[in-house]
Design a protein around this ligand. Structure first.
Ligand SMILES: NC(=O)c1ccc[n+]([C@@H]2O[C@H](COP(=O)([O-])OP(=O)(O)OC[C@H]3O[C@@H](n4cnc5c(N)ncnc54)[C@H](OP(=O)(O)O)[C@@H]3O)[C@@H](O)[C@H]2O)c1
Length: 326
């Protein structure tokens, strides 16, 4: 019988178990996907440990908001898809029930898109969450334009690397922020115009230097915590900060500084909107086709090693996406 990852209580990576259970037949408007690979995201770790704002239906909760595979069965009233089509799963909102950590999942047809041509399975599994988040935050929310200086926090991570590639695709200037000077060469090779390592320099002063004294136009903050204060000081008056993640679990002081626009971004506000999804998919497909967008893969695990994949994520030292092949 097909295998699926479930957990019955909140806790560390060990609470995840692989069990066997029958596939779910697709209802009206649904498709079943045979999953080939899925990505491990920080949201999965939060759902598993009980720290996610998302609803987690214990016991027998599932995990996984994205992945790739082929259409395995169609429910009634599906048009535009056929069995065998290669697809990606886009941000499954009820991942606790239909998560992608499995050999099969059954989802609304609106949650799948054609797999971008030219990507390896491991890359296709990793493209949606990171790139749709970076695109949504930078382009749809902050209106990133050519020539803009954009500060990208946690640049070593999945969203950070996607944001750097998207900024380059648009003709903006990505300035990467990392905690470790040792990551500088890697981030320059990944597309950063400049790298600011918080273990080595004063962030505000470094941003001024890299922006000709004016400050950044846009900040993508997926870290938050006390470090956000420096980011706010590094933005030019009238600039924009988009808060889209929370890698630093320490409290974030209330932002009182400067005349800035501050957005709080949750990608589900866009990924459930078919009009924006159409724009996102067009942007991603064009970027992949032109070679500007390509997910960086940190490490690939087998399904049997899913617990190890979560342990690796929790170390917080990875560079790019963690993928599990099924
Ligand atoms: N708003 C949304 O809809 C949305 C969508 C997707 C993701 N997110 C959120 O965005 C954040 C980033 O996601 P991701 O997939 O890019 O994560 P990720 O790939 O796990 O990011 C890993 C990188 O983040 C940096 N990092 C880790 N812990 C940190 C800490 N405590 N303080 C500062 N930097 C830290 C590290 O880089 P260095 O070692 O180089 O510093 C690490 O390599 C997460 O909080 C995630 O939940 C939000």
């Amino acid at each position: 019988m097909p295998r699926v990852v479930v957990f019955n209580e909140f806790g560390g990576p060990d609470v995840m178990q692989i069990i066997e259970e029958p596939v779910v037949e697709p209802a009206v408007g649904e498709v079943r996907v045979r999953i080939e690979a899925f990505a491990v995201n920080p949201l999965d770790q939060m759902m598993r440990s009980g720290t996610s704002p998302a609803t987690v239906p214990l016991p027998h909760a599932r995990l996984g908001v994205e992945g790739t595979g082929v259409v395995d069965a169609l429910g009634p009233e599906i048009t535009g898809l056929k069995v065998g089509d290669p697809v990606i799963l886009t941000a499954i909102p009820d991942a606790g029930v239909r998560g992608s950590y499995a050999e099969y999942t059954t989802v609304p047809a609106s949650r799948v898109l054609a797999r971008p041509a030219g990507l390896a399975i491991t890359e296709a599994a990793a493209i949606w969450v990171a790139y749709s988040t970076a695109y949504g935050a930078l382009v749809e929310k902050a209106r990133l334009r050519p020539g803009d200086h954009v500060l990208i926090t946690a640049a070593s991570g999945g969203v950070g690397r996607a944001a750097m590639q998207i900024a380059n695709q648009i003709g903006a200037v990505p300035i990467a922020i990392t905690r470790h000077t040792a990551n500088t060469d890697d981030l320059l090779a990944a597309g950063a115009a400049a790298v600011i390592a918080t273990d080595g320099v004063d962030v505000v002063e470094a941003v001024r230097r890299h922006t000709g004294g004016t400050g950044a136009d846009i900040v993508l903050d997926v870290v938050m915590g006390p470090g956000q204060q420096d980011l706010l000081k590094a933005v030019r008056p009238g600039g924009t900060l988009v808060a889209a993640g929370f890698l630093d679990s320490r409290p974030t002081p209330f932002p009182t500084s400067a005349p800035l626009t501050i957005f709080s971004y949750r990608s589900f506000e866009h990924t459930l909107d078919t009009v924006v999804v159409k724009r996102m998919a067009a942007f991603l497909n064009a970027g992949v086709r032109l070679g500007a967008l390509r997910p960086a893969i940190d490490k690939v695990f087998a399904l049997d090693d899913v617990v190890e994949a979560h342990r690796h994520l929790e170390k917080g030292l990875h560079a790019g996406k963690k993928i599990v092949t099924v």
